[in-house]
Design a protein around this ligand. Structure first.
Ligand SMILES: C[S@@+](CC[C@H](N)C(=O)[O-])C[C@H]1O[C@@H](n2cnc3c(N)ncnc32)[C@H](O)[C@@H]1O
Length: 244
């Protein structure tokens, strides 16, 4: 999967300029910005692709294993680096924030990728995941396409919201905030003014999950809480049912 996106770089990047792409990207970037702006500082995008998110949000640096994607990102002004999430070529504690937008599902080892994100973050740094969960209508649509051999989705491992949160928590992150968007179903006409809601809304097609790196004190407290309370805890109060 490492360089697979190189084969589709033009089609991938041009989608953002289609009518549908502009509406969807506009909504995604707008709501990621609400979370991103809570953590000012020096950011890295892991899986930067052609640099659409990084350049629009103002993230200066990006890493990706696909060199042709990086050529386009560099044209957008991103300082690029070829490499994989599971082995980031950066020293410990050198970023205030790391963004992974639509990338976690494509990495070969998601636990190792998050461990590396944690390593390069400052002690209270932030990890922002932009993701299409497996358990939403868009995730189910992509999984269906994957089962029919779709060249991109067939390579993805879509995770449920609970799976992503558990993975991050097990890697030393705590969920600090979340936002949801894409409230229309695949195949329906996009909303012209896509709604953005705070929290995790189960039917949303795209979620932004903002995690903070936990200290060892936090981790010990979490562990003892979990063993006292058993499993099945919520997401630190960030989950919301629709309709208030
Ligand atoms: C769906 S694209 C997202 C690109 C960009 N973030 C965006 O939203 O336009 C997924 C990206 O993940 C990259 N990727 C695949 N495996 C990776 C890995 N192990 N580490 C980092 N990036 C990876 C791909 O090359 C691709 O650019």
């Amino acid at each position: 999967m490492k360089k697979a996106f190189d084969a589709i770089v033009d089609a991938y990047d041009q989608w953002y300029d289609t009518a549908e792409g502009m509406v969807i990207f506009g909504a995604e970037v707008k709501f990621l910005r609400t979370l991103y702006e809570k953590c000012p500082g020096h950011w890295l995008e892991v899986g930067v692709g052609t640099g659409r998110f990084a350049s629009t949000l103002g993230i200066a640096k990006g890493i990706d294993p696909a060199p042709r994607m990086l050529v386009v990102a560099a044209r957008r002004g991103i300082v690029t680096c070829e490499g994989i999430a599971e082995n980031l070529p950066f020293p410990d504690h050198c970023f205030d924030g790391v963004l992974m937008a639509l990338t976690l599902c494509f990495v070969a080892n998601s636990q190792e990728a998050l461990r590396e994100c944690r390593r390069v973050l400052h002690p209270r740094g932030s990890l922002l995941l932009g993701t299409v969960p497996a358990d939403c209508p868009w995730g189910r649509e992509y999984i269906e396409k994957a089962s029919k051999g779709h060249p991109v989705y067939a390579r993805a491992h879509f995770l449920t919201v609970a799976g992503i949160v558990a993975l991050a928590q097990n890697t030393g992150f705590e969920l600090a905030d979340a936002a949801s968007t894409l409230f229309w179903k695949p195949g329906q006409a996009p909303q012209t003014e896509p709604r953005i809601e705070t929290g995790i809304v189960s039917i949303a097609g795209f979620l932004g999950l903002l995690f903070r790196k936990t200290t060892s004190e936090h981790i010990n407290r979490e562990r003892s809480l979990r063993s006292n309370l058993g499993s099945g805890q919520g997401y630190n109060g960030v989950t919301r049912k629709r309709g208030r």
